[in-house]
Ligand binder design. Structure first.
Ligand SMILES: NC(=O)c1ccc[n+]([C@@H]2O[C@H](COP(=O)([O-])OP(=O)(O)OC[C@H]3O[C@@H](n4cnc5c(N)ncnc54)[C@H](O)[C@@H]3O)[C@@H](O)[C@H]2O)c1
Length: 405
């Protein structure tokens, strides 16, 4: 008999999750359908394994992308946004970005409507996954990237345009800027104390909740003092004022490791951080950074442990969260039951952790580790893993389910 399902709520900074929550999903375009079919089976099996029938998810499909366009003539129906807002937690596969203008990006729309200010990307290595570095197991970080401000705010003026020239004149005449080449394009990089501190707060809370040893504020404050430098200063200030008893700044910590149960707060300049994650990866745990730094750093870290095929992601605000694959639609493999569902499946693990169903997440991790150890993997991994058997998307999901613990 079908379970009716209830709505997830959010009160006082905590999720309130019924035993049978309704979770909207967007299957995704291209390979999305293959991936979603496999992922949903893994999710349902993991919940059954972890909670023995007491809990289950009531999946609710919402349309976006090509599937929505074919059914409704609209790439992103308002109904989809409304349902996600109503149910608060959603998960999505990759969507085609149609070439040519005229349509809203789902991610941008959701980010704005639900104020999903933290892009969270955990990056860790799974035994057996081919990686380009010698010791990929040493990298195990969770990157919190500010999702709304910085150069992504979209305030840019084209070179030679009247607005750019006006702005240049204003900067020179009114604000004392000395040199700014005539005809320059100009972009604006807004970063607020509010926006920076709420991102850092989420990262610190995560480190506390998950017993992580440290958080590193990554910034380019040596050059951009009032934006990136302020991000660092606001971060330390927030750690002291709101989490003083649970954190300790690196400057006050003797040994440089987590002190007496307190989370170590440190900061690194962005360019040095790219070296650090390669040379001393095990010294970093939770990372909080501004939008553009985080964009670069999360892809670089994902590549270090074997690429985007297995990299999950989440966009999270206060009381809203959308989990998603970090790769695209891989259209040439659509409908072939071929590609790796790992990114969506691991996004589901993040979702389970976020809503407090960690046992289901842990079961899936064990399942993935088991499938990798059995060397039954999709083509992308099989072609680089000696002795591996290439299996379809659906069989990889079967192998994960067989190894759930
Ligand atoms: N989050 C999103 O919705 C998102 C992200 C990136 C790209 N896109 C869209 O996806 C479409 C294709 O973009 P693209 O080709 O630049 O990127 P892509 O990620 O689809 O493909 C890049 C490469 O990775 C491979 N690949 C991707 N996912 C894989 C998986 N799960 N398993 C194994 N191999 C995988 C592809 O075959 C291809 O060789 C475009 O319309 C783009 O706009 C969407």
């Amino acid at each position: 008999m079908a379970v009716a399902g209830g709505k997830i709520d959010y009160q006082g900074g905590r999720w309130i999750v019924p035993d049978h929550p309704i979770i909207p999903f967007i299957e995704g375009d291209g390979t999305g359908a293959d991936i979603w079919r496999a992922s949903q089976r893994v999710f349902d099996a993991a919940v059954a394994k972890a909670f023995g029938g007491k809990r289950s998810i009531v999946w609710k499909e919402v349309l976006a992308g090509e599937k929505a366009f074919k059914a409704t003539g609209n790439w992103l129906p308002d109904e989809t946004l409304a349902v996600i807002r109503e149910h608060r937690v959603a998960i999505k596969g990759p969507l085609t970005t149609p070439v040519g203008g005229g349509m809203r990006s789902l991610n941008v729309a959701l980010r704005q409507i639900l104020d999903l200010y933290a892009c969270i990307r955990p990056v860790r290595w799974f035994a057996g996954v081919p990686a380009p570095v010698r010791e990929p197991q040493k990298l195990d970080v969770v990157i919190f990237r500010e999702n709304i401000e910085d150069v992504y705010a979209g305030i840019e003026f084209e070179a030679g345009s009247e607005k750019a020239d006006k702005l240049r004149d204003f900067l020179i005449d009114q604000l004392g800027v000395k040199t700014l080449r005539q005809g320059s394009a100009i972009g604006i990089k807004p970063m607020s104390k509010f926006g920076s501190q709420r991102l850092v707060a989420k990262a610190i809370q995560y480190a506390i909740d998950h017993q992580r040893p440290s958080i590193t504020l990554v910034h380019k404050g040596n050059i951009q003092k009032f934006t990136e430098g302020a991000f660092r200063d606001w971060g330390y200030q927030l750690a002291k004022e709101r989490f003083g008893g649970q954190t300790i700044p690196e400057a006050d910590a003797g040994s440089g490791t987590r002190e007496a149960g307190r989370v170590l707060i440190k900061d690194r300049i962005a360019d040095a951080m790219f070296q650090q994650v390669l040379l001393r990866p095990d010294e970093y745990s939770v990372i909080a950074t501004s939008n553009l730094n985080g964009d670069y750093l999360s892809d670089a870290c994902a590549a270090q442990v074997g690429g985007l095929g297995m990299a999950p992601g989440a966009n999270v605000g206060d009381g809203y969260a959308v989990f998603e694959a970090t790769h695209g639609t891989a259209p040439k493999y659509a409908g072939q039951d071929k590609v790796n569902p790992g990114s969506v499946i691991l996004s589901g693990v993040m979702m389970f952790e976020e809503i407090g169903w960690s046992a289901a997440g842990k079961a899936i991790i064990a399942g993935i580790e088991g499938a990798l150890a059995a060397k039954k993997v999709t083509y992308d991994l099989a072609r680089q893993m000696p002795g591996a058997t290439e299996v379809p998307t659906s069989t990889f999901a079967d192998a994960i389910i067989a190894h759930l613990k």
